[in-house]
Design a protein around this ligand. Sequence first.
Ligand code: ADP
Ligand code: MG
Length: 627
Amino acid sequence: MAKKQFKAESKRLLDLMIHSIYTHKEIFLRELISNSSDAIDKLYYRALMENNTGFSREDFTITIELNKENRTLKISDNGIGMTKDELEQNLGTIAKSGSLAFKKDNEPKDEIDIIGQFGVGFYSAFMVSEKVSVISKAFGETVAYCWESTGADGYSIAECEKESNGTDIILTIKQNTEEEHYDEFLEPYRIKELIKRYSDYIRYPIHMMMEKHRLKEGSENEYEDYMELETLNSMVPIWKKNKSELKEEDYHTFYKEKFHDFINPAKVIHTSVEGVSTYNALLFIPEKAPFNYYTKDYEKGLQLYSSGVLIMEKCADLLPDYFSFVRGLVDSQDLSLNISREMLQHDRQLKAIASRLEKKIKSELQAMMNTEREKYDAFFESFGLQLKYGLYEGFGANKDTLKDLVLFYSSSEKKMVTLSEYVSRCKTEQKYIYYACGDTIERIDKLPQIELLKDKGYEVLYLTADIDEFALQVLHDFDDKEFKSVSSGDLELEESKEEKEAAQKQTEENKDLLDFMKETLGDKVSEVRLSQRLKTHPVCLTSGGDLSLEMEKVINALPNEQKIKADRVLEINAKHPILEALKESFSVDKEKAKTYTELLYSQALLIEGFTLEDPVAFSNAICSLIV
Ligand code: ADP
Ligand code: MG
């Protein structure tokens, strides 16, 4: 019988399929099962339209048969079937229904990616088969036809025998090669696994004979093998069920199984939306960050289903980076099965879904914060850093989404608080939200700069993460109150006019000493000044410009060539006896005054958490004062 040639573009696609280097050849099964399910849908729908009561949903099945000896895998359905013309049209050409939408001038590399990620329907069978036979009888017809092809050399169609309507797809599985083990597609357990993975929620039962073990009747220790028809798919996805049908435990079990977590999620979000875009989503906020969460190995994304069929394992476009911890899935009937990653990125539906999900996640987190604060605190411990990175990223583009969700440690409450909680406790005159940076809460608590603020009853936020100060700088203000570091120049605490004048005068009186100290330290500091903000501590180091000392540390810890330096200001406590000692030595022993100055600067560095350039000189200087 004469072979017919595939249409040009089909031939090209077929070549790609056959020579695809893609590793996920297994998706052929998903494609064929989906086609069977579509064919049953069509018949069921037609029966409904024609008021044909001869059918009920229970009559429909998809059956898989494996034959290792013949190396065949057969997928049968009792759906609508295909006429001779349809076989020719649908399998001899790439169907219009959108299997393939790539442009002719695409680079070969992209083409492989398209196939790799999504498969292109029926043709994907050729990735694993040396021969594909399709035996089909259209509903209402008397004659069946067999379509057969071994690939690029074309196909043949001939009349054949088939009892009832529907389609059998018979794949003759390729021989193993060095790189590829096609044998796996003849193993019942492997097939079962693939069905579970990709086609679990197909609405019709997928049957296969499975070998089982059982105790021999009347025996206590003798077993026998027997065959049993098993339904491989669970058919109704949990996310399509009514919320009222489901218990919390159901969600938790599903989450742990599906996303391989040991502990229950902190929050379950189950939502279904109808309208411009229609979808079901089932999202989980884990309680603990996976071990690789803060590394580049972690891949964000939600599973994407099109009417119950998995089309993408991790769809990154559905989640913004700052919510990358969310696990879960989206199922939408608006998406087509054979959509490429590239097309997906520009998909309006998908964008609309992503934006609604983002709002939903935010409102659920907000609700958790308001009603289950302890839980929220634990969540924040795991993922707060990510939210703060989100604030910083894009120069604050997402601040409206995130500013209400971030927590910082409060000096007065001794726990994590929100920015609005801080503001609600502000003194009436208070212009700023004060913060201090350091490695740990304990260390910050001991910073000299903090003492006076705490004394005067100001609340201070303690920032311990590298990103914190950057995030606040991007945020700039909250409720019209600007952020201010306790280490910055002027804290603008309430001071009386007299206090201000006295301070001014004291500075003038000590001008020579301060100049001398600045000269001694050279360009290590930009200024040495008297300070009214210190209480019991002799000195502290603050930053003059916009770049804080803490930011300097963070930036310089990055693997950059260029190191930066913040403006350092050495502040001397104007009320501390150390000032008298400095004055004294300045007038009688300039060498000693130099040593004091250098020691005080070193101390200030240590308090701020810097390392000394020359620790030996430091300890020698101390020694010189002792002996
Ligand atoms: P798509 O499913 O996107 O249309 P496919 O390449 O998977 O593309 O299938 C091409 C066409 O072949 C289908 O649209 C359908 O008309 C027909 N077809 C494939 N498998 C079957 C089947 N089991 N029963 C009936 N028709 C089928
Ligand atoms: Mg298909």
